[in-house]
Design a protein around this ligand. Structure first.
Ligand SMILES: *[C@@H]1O[C@H](CO)[C@@H](O)[C@H](O)[C@H]1NC(C)=O
Ligand SMILES: *[C@@H]1O[C@H](CO)[C@@H](O)[C@H](O)[C@H]1NC(C)=O
Ligand SMILES: *[C@@H]1O[C@H](CO)[C@@H](O)[C@H](O)[C@H]1NC(C)=O
Ligand SMILES: *[C@@H]1O[C@H](CO)[C@@H](O)[C@H](O)[C@H]1NC(C)=O
Ligand SMILES: *[C@@H]1O[C@H](CO)[C@@H](O)[C@H](O)[C@H]1NC(C)=O
Ligand SMILES: *[C@@H]1O[C@H](CO)[C@@H](O)[C@H](O)[C@H]1NC(C)=O
Ligand SMILES: *[C@@H]1O[C@H](CO)[C@@H](O)[C@H](O)[C@H]1NC(C)=O
Length: 408
């Protein structure tokens, strides 16, 4: 709440320390992944350096449930922070909502498309969700202003492979700026590190939680965000590889400041930005990120076949939540204003956009308008619909995954 006030005025924030591990959440600086071999640069790199990069670990800092038992976990709730990068605060929001969800009596999940309304099921049953069946992870997309949170030498050069992005670019899948060099032990020199997309980092998170050899009972992964985190969730749902194999993945998009639209239609005038209003991150007209799931590389970038990307998005499980009091403007650039003047009106307009698509509003998407809540992540996630989307969807684990994995 404190930060959202400041950030709406456009002021930045920076962190030089991170809250320590406590009884509930753990600061995990050791979540690592390697790059998929197809994105390892070939040009100008010797085969031995290509091999070195294939086994180079990159770290995505995060907060995660302290002492979770992978044998018991059935659901991973990934909370994406906002512009302020306070991942610990978003972990806490998820945890408060979890405590709330486990105290409630509703017993029935309702995963069908509902335009308004709340949680299914009646009162009186015993709670079916137990806190130890859920692991919450809040990834931390560091930026250059957070130097000190990631280790640096006296000149300020990073000394680890902790991933750091430029400003707020992580929310649209952009490439990392740090680490900027990798040490080659063979010839004792540094060479330029390959960039890592924030969506490659999310792919690693999805891959981690969907691995049934690690989490034998896992059945649902929720990728949830509020504000700039919601922008990331929507854009990842649109172009992400989501390599989840047999585990259902749901996206929860709460009060984003803008969307990636699926056509060049806009509800408001684009006369001040006619060349840019539909470019990524606001649309798919010019897609400028390096991040390429196999799917995107086979469709969008080679043939600019937007229709295949849209078809897949329409099959993904995406829930939109909009606070009925969220009349704050957020992003006031022309490209965002073309989508509406407040968070709430941008939400309503995007739903109208989906309604107008060929085939109408996607059957795997849902939308809820949350009474009495403004630009407030905790209020959104602890609302009835918020609890339903984070914790009760696919509670019985019988749902078939829809449009996940990178092969569809
Ligand atoms: C951890 O969560 C419990 C509720 O389960 C709460 O009572 C306690 O204060 C929390 N501890 C910390 C350090 O936040
Ligand atoms: C980091 O993870 C690796 C691989 O899982 C493990 O071997 C190592 O002990 C971990 N380090 C810390 C400090 O937790
Ligand atoms: C859950 O949240 C609702 C509304 O935010 C609140 O009224 C209720 O007291 C909460 N219950 C628990 C157990 O946290
Ligand atoms: C739950 O879904 C069914 C359709 O499967 C629908 O008829 C019903 O109204 C939904 N319940 C709520 C509370 O939304
Ligand atoms: C490689 O880079 C690291 C981090 O910037 C620096 O500390 C180290 O001195 C460099 N090593 C060489 C051989 O240039
Ligand atoms: C574009 O993708 C759609 C949906 O997958 C497909 O039906 C169509 O044939 C593709 N068009 C081209 C030109 O590849
Ligand atoms: C909104 O909040 C007010 C004051 O807290 C309360 O009286 C009212 O019932 C709430 N309305 C809804 C729809 O929750």
């Amino acid at each position: 709440l404190f930060w959202s006030g400041l950030l709406l005025l456009g002021s930045g924030s920076c962190w030089d320390w991170l809250p320590e591990t406590d009884a509930n959440r753990t600061l995990d600086t050791n979540f690592t992944f390697t790059l998929p071999s197809e994105v390892i640069p070939r040009d100008g790199l010797s085969p031995s350096r290509q091999r070195l990069l294939q086994k180079t670990d990159f770290q995505l800092y995060n907060y995660i449930t302290t002492g979770y038992d992978p044998q018991k976990v059935q659901r991973a709730v990934v909370m994406l922070h906002g512009l302020g990068r306070d991942a610990w605060g978003y972990w806490d929001q998820g945890y408060v909502a979890l405590l709330n969800a486990t105290a409630r009596r509703e017993t029935q999940s309702n995963s069908s498309s509902i335009r308004t309304g709340g949680v299914g099921g009646g009162e009186g049953g015993r709670p079916r969700l137990r806190a130890d069946e859920v692991v919450i992870m809040a990834p931390l997309f560091l930026n250059q202003e957070d130097s000190g949170c990631f280790p640096v030498d006296e000149e300020g050069n990073p000394t680890s492979n902790a991933l750091v992005w430029n400003r707020a670019d992580w929310a649209e899948g952009a490439d990392s700026i740090f680490p900027n060099s990798i040490y080659d032990d063979d010839d004792k020199t540094n060479f330029t590190a390959p960039p890592v997309s924030s969506f490659e980092a999310l792919d690693a998170v999805v891959g981690f939680f969907s691995d049934r050899s690690r989490f034998p009972r896992m059945n649902t992964i929720i990728i949830a965000g509020h504000s700039l985190g919601a922008q990331m969730a929507q854009r990842y749902a649109l172009i992400g590889a989501v390599p989840s194999r047999s585990v259902s993945v749901h996206f929860v998009v709460a009060n984003p400041g803008s969307f990636a639209y699926l056509s060049d239609w806009r509800p408001r005038s684009v006369q001040d930005c006619p060349e840019t209003y539909n470019n990524w991150k606001f649309g798919l007209a010019i897609y400028s990120q390096r991040y390429l799931s196999d799917f995107i590389s086979k469709s969008l970038d080679t043939s600019n076949n937007i229709s295949s990307v849209i078809d897949r998005y329409r099959k993904r499980a995406v829930s939109y939540l909009f606070g009925l009091l969220d009349s704050s403007p957020g992003d006031m650039r022309c490209e965002a204003k073309a989508q509406g003047l407040t968070h709430l009106s941008r939400g309503r307009n995007f739903i109208a956009h989906l309604d107008q698509l060929e085939g109408g509003f996607p059957s795997t998407h849902t939308v809820n308008f949350i009474p009495n809540v403004s630009h407030d992540g905790l209020g959104m996630f602890t609302s009835k619909a918020g609890l339903e989307r984070l914790f009760y969807i696919n509670l019985d684990g019988t749902e078939s995954p829809s449009a996940v994995g990178d092969d569809d």
